[in-house]
Ligand binder design. Structure first.
Ligand SMILES: O=C(O)CCC(=O)C(=O)O
Ligand SMILES: [Fe+2]
Length: 360
């Protein structure tokens, strides 16, 4: 096999993720707005993911956020340990810095032994900073490294939270419109407390050949457990979504946010919108079989896959909100109660607690 054949065989067509224009979703021209809302609805039905372009957060601000993220994760371990995330799955402990290998994403494994075995074999190769609503006194406070070590960090992150929350609410309104709910603010109201969650991810560089074993992913496959997730990814790539047949790359588009449906929204939409499996691996353009690394003579086994950063904002309804079928979605859908075992109807808080219990 020559190198071109190998590369051709390993080429994976990117996921068909539609691009929807945020300005059109919020257009004052009804026809324009309807068309955009329909595109959003179709994207969430078909693949559960969409790119949102032309959105309200200026590109310069997104660059600044990535700059702050780089500076935060570049702090020494001693500094980051000042705000260590406790090794606990309690919802009230989900704050602070988790080092590589501490967090581990598991998909619907609720048995403690099974989860522990998975934890040993499948650590996520990333560091995270976990944050909650900085402006709410009903949620546990965030953990900050001392201001003099990274002056301005806290105030930037808090204002970034505000930007993400505002953007999410615009999207919740589009969801209400897509379902033609009389109160198009239905989803926005249920997020009124912004009891959401923010995770800043840092995937440190690692050798490419580490990725060819199933154990070494940057982030294991999972679905998100909230309603809507906003993902700001840098230009490195590696995020992939499962399209029902295989994982396919969600190639970074400059300026666009990746937005995806989580389990709660799949439940609320009665399966109309899909909470799709996704993961983070080496960027697709570097993937090739281990044998090819030797055969093509370019020493690819020793390639370092560079650092990757992502800034993620998870929409979560108010804690006491019951996660049940939204108006207009009552007709039998794809939702099967056994997708979450026999959870019954849970409040948002109970739902999150169940998923978090196995993550840390
Ligand atoms: O890093 C990414 O691009 C995705 C992160 C993700 O899926 C998550 O944090 O749930
Ligand atoms: Fe995710």
């Amino acid at each position: 096999m020559n190198k071109d054949t190998i590369l051709a065989e390993y080429y994976v067509e990117p996921a068909r993720v539609p691009v929807v224009d945020f300005q059109l979703l919020n257009s004052s021209d009804d026809a324009e707005q309807h068309a955009a809302v329909d595109q959003l609805d179709a994207a969430f039905r078909e693949c559960g993911f969409v790119y949102i372009c032309n959105h309200a957060i200026e590109p310069e601000r997104v660059d600044q956020a990535f700059g702050w993220s780089r500076r935060f994760f570049a702090q020494s371990s001693e500094t980051k340990e000042l705000i260590t995330h406790p090794p606990s799955g309690d919802i009230d402990d989900n704050r602070g810095w988790a080092k590589t290998g501490q967090g581990h994403t598991v998909q619907m494994v609720f048995d403690a032994d099974e989860a522990e075995a998975f934890r040993q074999n499948n650590p996520d190769c990333k560091e995270t900073l976990e944050l909650g609503n900085p402006f709410s006194d009903k949620v546990p406070p965030n953990k900050w490294i001392p201001e003099h070590l990274l002056p301005g960090f806290r105030s930037f992150v808090e204002s970034w939270w505000t930007d993400c929350a505002a953007l999410s609410h615009c999207l919740y309104r589009s969801l209400g419109k897509a379902l033609q709910i009389r109160d198009s603010d239905h989803f926005s109201h249920m997020h009124s407390e912004n009891d959401c969650h923010m995770t800043w991810n840092f995937y440190p560089s690692m050798p490419l050949n580490g990725f060819h074993s199933p154990e070494a992913k940057r982030l294991n496959e999972h679905t998100d457990f909230g309603t809507l997730t906003l993902v700001f990814q840098d230009a490195v790539g590696g995020l992939e979504v499962h399209d029902g047949h295989r994982f396919r790359p969600i190639v970074p588009i400059p300026g666009a946010i990746v937005v995806n449906v989580g389990d709660m929204l799949e439940r609320q939409s009665n399966g109309r919108w899909k909470s799709a499996l996704h993961r983070v691996v080496a960027p697709a353009q570097l993937m090739r079989p281990r044998s090819a690394q030797v055969q093509d003579g370019h020493g690819h086994g020793s390639i370092e896959v560079i650092d990757r950063y992502s800034l993620v904002f998870f929409g979560v309804p108010n804690p006491d909100e019951m996660i049940e079928t939204a108006p207009g979605c009552e007709a039998p859908g794809r939702w099967k109660p056994n997708m979450n075992g026999d959870w019954g109807t849970l409040s948002a808080r109970q739902w999150i607690q169940k998923r978090l219990a196995v993550e840390y």
